[in-house]
Ligand binder design. Sequence first.
Ligand SMILES: Nc1ncnc2c1ncn2[C@@H]1O[C@H](COP(=O)(O)OP(=O)(O)OP(=O)(O)O)[C@@H](O)[C@H]1O
Ligand SMILES: [Mg+2]
Length: 146
Amino acid sequence: MEFDVFNHEQMHEFGLKLSSQLPNGTVVALLGDLGAGKTTLVRSVAKGLEIDEVVQSPTFNIMKLYLKSKRPLIHIDAYRLADLDTDIGLDEYIGYETGLTMIEWPQYIEKLLPKNTLFIEISITGETSRHLKVYSQDLKLLEVIK
Ligand SMILES: Nc1ncnc2c1ncn2[C@@H]1O[C@H](COP(=O)(O)OP(=O)(O)OP(=O)(O)O)[C@@H](O)[C@H]1O
Ligand SMILES: [Mg+2]
């Protein structure tokens, strides 16, 4: 599935949809360059889950859990795990059964991603426009967010 968003508002709508439609345990892998909008999309999902805390880029702490919400949100930024071979136990949190897991820079922890990961690839096409490619081996996931 591919589509374009032309502004923040449309990206936000997409995030809200993810927050309400994705089943518990879904792992979302967010691909895209620096500044593509990965964290921005996580913020919209957080809003949809009624998380009041400001969602920051977790680059410096790698992972942040939001538990005071409609359902748990796990936000991982694997950027700093590039080329790191150490097992830091992240796999315990990926797909945590009662919540959503959203991972920035998932290519650095590829081996930890479940088979049914939902991939969202964001490309910058203009100042506020973005092209999105959404794919997964789990076709049911694509069906629910259509
Ligand atoms: N339609 C849009 N959707 C998302 N972000 C947008 C959009 N239009 C403009 N932006 C801007 O693009 C930037 C996206 O930054 P963001 O931190 O979300 O990127 P990122 O993909 O998480 O980058 P990084 O890899 O550094 O973590 C923000 O400054 C945001 O305001
Ligand atoms: Mg980010």
